[in-house]
Design a protein around this ligand. Structure first.
Ligand code: C2E
Ligand code: CA
Ligand code: CA
Length: 658
């Protein structure tokens, strides 16, 4: 498939869902992070403010003792009591001496100080409440001498984690003792720091609003993701549906096929790619209409679908061609299965005889590229040729080579014609009566700049398939006309030179006029140019063939039938076609065991031809015995290696003194 189309399809299938899912995940993540940070920060802020405010009150007590010089506990008591305004702001005050013995207290509470840990817990006298005094750095009870007390997050975190962990302190009962060293005594100031749920009210409302907002977002995203999933399913269905059959299409076939082959990684099962096609589908459409043709394809698809197992795939390819990936055990079983598929297709139109070609590629372990491998199955089917009805062809490496060769030939042929790489060779036809030159056949040779000498058997069949043979035959005819014209100008005696006229020419009704026009350009007598047709031309438009032959003979061109006896209906064609020369196929003279029977037939054919007033040419004659036999039978001309191989025109002219 085209790369950019594939990309676009892939985008259609995936594009919309993933960004949405990703967006959802990102939003959730951001929400969780922001909420955690915000909760932590605002919670901390509330607690921090409470603690700072409470400690500020305690600091006022510290101010009372700024320039204090008395060394008795009573004096401290008096100083505190004389400042009622300060006392009113705090919850309790106690004094202890250097040995931590109680001296005086406004409430009777004395915190017990433990200096061994970073965070110091002071248990109230009652032993029930837990009161906290902090000193991070010095591991001492907190000193207020420094001035201000800042409850940073670090301290608070520890406070909470310890208090939450070790002892459960209800937030409402949180108390803060601050210690003020005064001349060998320690003044302990208590401040309750109750933290109530209401303090977090605003924060709670904010959280709720956030949750609400995020829920709206999530719902929106979820709905759009769900609708996208449905859309993607719909899109997939469209992408993977075949326009003609409404079933799986080619794209799905290649994808599913590749995944089946990958799943079968260890080679548990044997897989074969099968290309199945109805022959002459286009003719069917011409006869019955395109709609009937499409209906036929639909029915084929339905019939094949029924035959397909779970671990196999199939799809319609184009025209009446279907691709299948089948499981098989042995090739015999596979062939029986393919036959069964053909029968199923045939049963679609019971009254009509249809022909199917099948190309098979046996997938090897580790091969997954269905598109590439399928090509092999198609090549195999192509190699069957049009005539091979109802056959199965297996792909082999040679086929691939042949395909590559065909491609090369097709790439090079136009250039070759323009550059005159096609050269005319002549093979003499020797008359039996005097063993002198009686004619010649023009045979083409391709002198390729890189491949060198190429024999016609390697390119003529390709040109016959792609139609280039029309140009080549015209070129050969013109070259021979030129050669004959040249010899004529030199006053030499001409012998007829035959050129091959491929059956492909017989589609044009003005073929005779076309040939005349080429030859007449050089003013060569028509009798000097013989036209060789093969009997296979009979299978095409018989009317055009008969008309053309008649016109050509009337115009004075000798016409010969090439390879007589090689086909199936040689005698039949003789009945309808009036020609001048019969060329007996070389096969009659090949193989020791058939030789005797072959020679018998040859002698009868010569007899028949004489009666029909035709000249006889025997082709492919290689031995003296064959020559003697033909002389005895009064065969007119002999063409074969015994006398000479085909050779370039100049060589021919020299050898035969032209
Ligand atoms: P063809 O027309 O039957 O030509 C006779 C072939 O038999 C030639 O093969 C010739 O070289 C070969 N031949 C002749 N005597 C002997 C012999 O004693 N022993 C053996 N083994 N072979 C012999 P070539 O030249 O390779 O041509 C092969 C075929 O290619 C021709 O068969 C003809 O069908 C086609 N071809 C050649 N040139 C042209 C052309 O210009 N136009 C068309 N349409 N076909 C051509
Ligand atoms: Ca020939
Ligand atoms: Ca021949």
């Amino acid at each position: 498939m085209n790369r950019s189309k594939e990309k676009r399809i892939n985008k259609l299938k995936k594009k919309r869902i993933w960004p949405s899912i990703l967006g959802l995940i990102v939003i959730l993540f951001i929400f969780v992070v922001v909420m955690t940070v915000a909760l932590f920060a605002s919670g901390m802020d509330i607690v921090q403010r409470k603690f700072t405010e409470s400690s500020r009150k305690s600091l006022k007590v510290a101010e009372l003792f700024e320039d204090y010089d008395s060394e008795t506990g009573e004096k401290i008591e008096q100083t505190v009591l004389s400042h009622i305004d300060v006392l009113e702001e705090i919850d309790a005050i106690s004094v202890i001496d250097a040995d931590r013995n109680p001296v005086w207290s406004s409430s009777g509470e004395y915190p017990v100080i433990d200096e061994t840990i970073n965070i110091v817990f002071l248990t109230g006298i009652t032993g029930e409440e837990i009161n906290v005094i902090l000193n991070e750095d010095t591991k001492q009870v907190f000193s207020v001498e420094a001035g201000e007390i800042i409850f940073n997050e670090n301290i608070l975190m520890k406070l909470f984690s310890v208090s939450n962990y070790d002892v459960t302190v209800p937030f409402e009962e949180l108390k803060l003792w601050l210690v003020i060293p005064v001349n060998g005594f320690e003044v302990l100031v208590l401040n309750n720091v109750p933290i109530y749920h209401q303090d977090f009210l605003m924060m709670g409302i904010c959280i709720l609003l956030c949750i609400l907002l995020i829920s709206v977002f999530i719902t929106y995203y979820l709905i759009s993701i769900i609708s996208m999933v449905f859309n993607v399913r719909k899109t997939k269905k469209i992408i993977y549906t075949d326009m003609v059959t409404g079933g799986d299409n080619w794209l799905l076939f290649t994808r599913k096929g590749a995944s089946l082959l990958k799943k079968n990684g260890k080679g548990k099962q044997n897989y074969a790619l099968v290309h199945l096609e109805m022959r002459k589908y286009r003719s069917f459409c011409t006869c019955f209409g395109v709609n009937k043709g499409q209906e036929l394809i639909e029915s084929f698809y339905a019939a094949l679908r029924k035959e397909i197992q779970k671990n196999e795939v199939m799809s319609h390819q184009e025209d009446a061609k279907f691709g299948l990936l089948l499981v098989y055990t042995e090739t015999e079983q596979l062939e029986a299965r393919i036959q069964q598929l053909k029968n199923a297709m045939n049963a679609v139109l019971p009254g009509m005889k249809m022909y199917f070609g099948a190309g098979v590629y046996l997938v090897r372990h580790g091969e997954y590229d269905v598109e590439q491998l399928y090509n092999n199955a198609m090549i195999a089917c192509e190699m069957l040729g049009e005539e091979a009805e109802n056959k199965i062809a297996y792909f082999d490496v040679e086929m691939n080579k042949q395909k590559l060769w065909e491609r090369k030939v097709e790439d090079d042929m136009d250039r070759a014609l323009a550059n005159r790489e096609f050269q005319v060779y002549l093979q003499p036809k020797i008359s039996t009566s005097e063993e002198v030159l009686g004619g010649a056949e023009a045979l083409v040779r391709w002198i390729h700049p890189t491949e060198g000498f190429i024999s016609p058997n390697r390119f003529i069949p390709i040109f016959e398939k792609n139609g280039f043979i029309l140009k080549l035959d015209d070129y050969m005819l013109e070259e021979i006309a030129k050669v004959q014209a040249g010899w004529l100008a030199q006053g030499r005696k001409l012998v007829p030179i035959s050129v091959n006229v491929s059956r492909a020419h017989f589609t044009r009704e003005d073929l005779a006029e076309h040939i005349c026009a080429i030859v007449d350009k050089y003013q060569v007598p028509h009798s000097a140019i013989e036209l060789e047709l093969t009997e296979s031309a009979f299978f095409d438009d018989k009317k055009v063939l008969l008309n053309t032959v008649q016109k050509l003979r009337t115009a004075g061109f000798p016409v010969s039938m090439d390879d007589f006896g090689a086909g199936y209906s040689s005698l039949n064609s003789l009945k309808e076609l009036q020609i001048d020369v019969l060329k007996i196929d070389a096969d009659f003279f090949r193989g020791a065991d058939v030789e005797e029977r072959g020679l018998l037939i040859v002698s009868e054919v010569i007899d028949l031809a004489k009666k029909l007033n035709m000249k006889i040419v025997a082709e492919g004659i290689e031995s003296r015995e064959q020559v003697e036999f033909l002389i005895e039978q009064e065969c007119d001309l002999i063409q074969g290696y015994f006398y000479s191989k085909p050779m370039p025109v100049e060589e021919f002219a020299q050898k035969y003194n032209m």
